[in-house]
Write a protein that binds this ligand. Structure first.
Ligand code: AMP
Ligand code: MG
Length: 323
C-alpha cells in the first residue's frame, strides 16, 4: 500500500509519500516566508497557491502518478482552521476525483509515529516541542496520553515571539540557539505547575530583560530556563510511567542544548534516548502518510462527513487500534 499524506496545520505545507513497509518515497515541503507571526488566512492562501506544485514535487520525487496511490491522508488537526481546511479540501478532492480512500489523522500522533518508525523506539515518552505544541506524551491503555503540556503558548511560539520582539530573526529558534552560545545565564521565571508548563510569563520577562542585559545573555537564560522546565516534567513522566525510552519530536527538538539536557536526564534514569533525523522532526507530509497507513490498516474508515477539520483535536482523543 502507498499513501500520500498532506500536512498543512500551520505555516508549512508538506506532501509525503510512504509505503506500508515504512519506506519514505518522497517528503516535499514548502515553508511560507515569515516576517511577522503566522497570519492564518495568509498561511492558508500560501498553501492553496502552492498545493499543486508541492503535490507534483512529491509525486515526481517518488516517480509515481496518482494512479499508484492507494490512500490519501491529511492532518485533520490540531492547527489553524483556515490552513487545515486547505489541506482537507485538497485531500477530499484528490480522494473523490481519483476514487482513493481518504483518512484524517491527528498531527501530534503523526510526529510520534514517524519518530518511532525511524528511530526504532518502541514505547517512548515523547517530548513534542514545536511552534504550536508542547506536550509530554506516552502510550497507556489504548491511547497516547498527555502527561504534561503547556497551559498557554507553545515553547517554540515563546522563542519565536521573543526573537521577533528582540528583532533578531524569524523563526527565532535557530537564532536564539546561536546567540545563547555566547551568552551568560540570567534567571527568568521558571513556571511548572504540577506536570504542566507555562511560557507566557517567561516571554514577557525575557523581553523586559533586554533593557538591562545583552541579548546573548537573555537568549541563554531563556533557553536554560524553558528547557529545564520541560526536562523536569519529562523526568517526572519517566518516573511515573517507568518507560525506558525518551524520544524527541517537533522543530524545537532540533536544538542541540535541549537534546543534551534531555539525553543527560534520560541516561541518568537508565532510559534510552532517541531523536529522529532533522527532516522529520518538524512538520512534514511523510508523518501524516505513515500515521494514515497505520490508522487505515487497523481497520479505521472515515466517511466524507467525518473529515471535517478539528482545530483543537487532542492527542488523547484518538483510540489507537494499531498498537
Ligand atoms: P514545527 O512547528 O515542529 O515545524 O517547528 C517549528 C518551530 O521549531 C519554530 O518555533 C522554530 O523556532 C523552532 N526551531 C527550529 N529550529 C530550532 C532550534 N535550533 N532551536 C530551537 N527551536 C527551533
Ligand atoms: Mg508539529
Amino acid at each position: 500500500m502507498i499513501c500520500l499524506g498532506i500536512e498543512g496545520t500551520a505555516e508549512k505545507l508538506g506532501v509525503g509519500i510512504v509505503t506500508d513497509g515504512g519506506e519514505i518515497l518522497a517528503n516535499a515541503i514548502k515553508h511560507m516566508p515569515l516576517v511577522t507571526g503566522i497570519h492564518p488566512r495568509e498561511a492558508a492562501q500560501h498553501h492553496a497557491d502552492n498545493m499543486g506544485a508541492v503535490l507534483e514535487q512529491a509525486l515526481d520525487g517518488a516517480n509515481l502518478d496518482l494512479g499508484a496511490i492507494d490512500l490519501i491522508a491529511f492532518s485533520q488537526g490540531p492547527g489553524l482552521g483556515p490552513c487545515l481546511r486547505v489541506a482537507a479540501v485538497s485531500a477530499r478532492t484528490l480522494s473523490l476525483v481519483n476514487d482513493i480512500p481518504l483518512i484524517g489523522v491527528n498531527h501530534c500522533i503523526g510526529h510520534i509515529e514517524i519518530g518511532m518508525l525511524l528511530t526504532g523506539a518502541r514505547d517512548p515518552i515523547t517530548l513534542y516541542v514545536s511552534g504550536g505544541n508542547t506536550q509530554i506524551i506516552a502510550f497507556d491503555s489504548g491511547r497516547y496520553r498527555v502527561f504534561g503540556e503547556t497551559l498557554d503558548i507553545a515553547i517554540g511560539n515563546c522563542i519565536d515571539q521573543f526573537a521577533r520582539s528582540a528583532g533578531i530573526g524569524n523563526p527565532g529558534g535557530p537564532v536564539v540557539e546561536k546567540l545563547a552560545l555566547d551568552g551568560k545565564y540570567i534567571p527568568l521565571p521558571y513556571v511548572v505547575k504540577g506536570m504542566d508548563l507555562s511560557f507566557s510569563g517567561i516571554y514577557t520577562a525575557a523581553v523586559n530583560a533586554l533593557a538591562k542585559h545583552r541579548v546573548e545573555d537573555v537568549c541563554c537564560g531563556l533557553q536554560e530556563t524553558a528547557f529545564a522546565m520541560i526536562t523536569e516534567v519529562t523526568e517526572r513522566a519517566i518516573a511515573h510511567t517507568e518507560k525506558r525510552e525518551v524520544m524527541l519530536a517537533g522543530g524545537v527538538a532540533i536544538n542541540k542544548r535541549l537534546q543534551e539536557m534531555i539525553k543527560t536526564m534520560a541516561h541518568e534514569h537508565g532510559a534510552e534516548f532517541f531523536i529522529p533525523q532533522k527532516d522529520v522532526l518538524g512538520d512534514n507530509g511523510a508523518m501524516i502518510a505513515w500515521a494514515g497507513i497505520l490508522r487505515y490498516k487497523s481497520g479505521e474508515r472515515q466517511s466524507l462527513e467525518d473529515t471535517a477539520v478539528r482545530q483543537r483535536f487532542r492527542t488523547d482523543e484518538v483510540d489507537v487500534k494499531w498498537r
